[in-house]
Ligand binder design. Structure first.
Ligand code: OFO
Length: 162
């Protein structure tokens, strides 16, 4: 059984994850408009992954006999000044999500909620991967800025993501 505090905080995280999905979908739409289909495909894959994260919390709340309550999802930005700026915004967002997960873990520990802590440990590890992946792309885009043609190569490589 979830405590009231934990249930509320996990529901807020569903909203954060759905917003993440929405944000990446907005980035996918922008990359499509910029004729960079590889980057758009990468963002669509990321949007699907974020939806999966939201559903992990959804399932867990139900399994713990809690009540899922969905709130409005805020409107994401529509455009970015360059591909690098979009991936930098993505990295900043993932750092924000890492902060949310850390706060949730602190709450689970304070509430002596081992089941929630178990779920959150998966997210702690996932955030290490999320930040490292996006940071790697940001670094490659920074190098690509100096080399003509590198942007198209990057776009092709990002489009390989399954
Ligand atoms: Fe759900 O990890 Fe990204 O935001």
């Amino acid at each position: 059984m979830l405590t009231e505090k934990m249930e509320k905080a996990l529901n807020e995280q569903i909203n954060e994850e759905l917003y993440s999905s929405y944000l990446y979908l907005a980035m996918a739409a922008w990359f499509e408009s910029e004729n960079l289909p590889g980057c758009a495909a990468w963002m669509q894959a990321q949007a699907r992954e974020e939806n999966g994260h939201a559903m992990k919390f959804f399932k867990f709340i139900n399994e713990r006999r809690g009540r899922v309550t969905l709130k409005a999802i805020k409107e994401p930005a529509k455009e970015w000044k360059s591909p690098l700026a979009a991936f930098e915004a993505s990295l900043k967002h993932e750092q924000h999500i890492t902060g949310c997960i850390d706060k949730l873990m602190n709450l689970a520990i304070a509430e002596k909620d081992h089941a929630s802590a178990g779920l959150l440990q998966w997210f702690v590890n996932e955030q290490v991967e999320e930040e490292a992946n996006v940071d790697g792309i940001v670094q490659r885009f920074k190098m690509a800025e100096k080399a003509p043609g590198a942007l198209l190569m990057m776009d092709h490589a990002l489009g390989e993501r399954k």
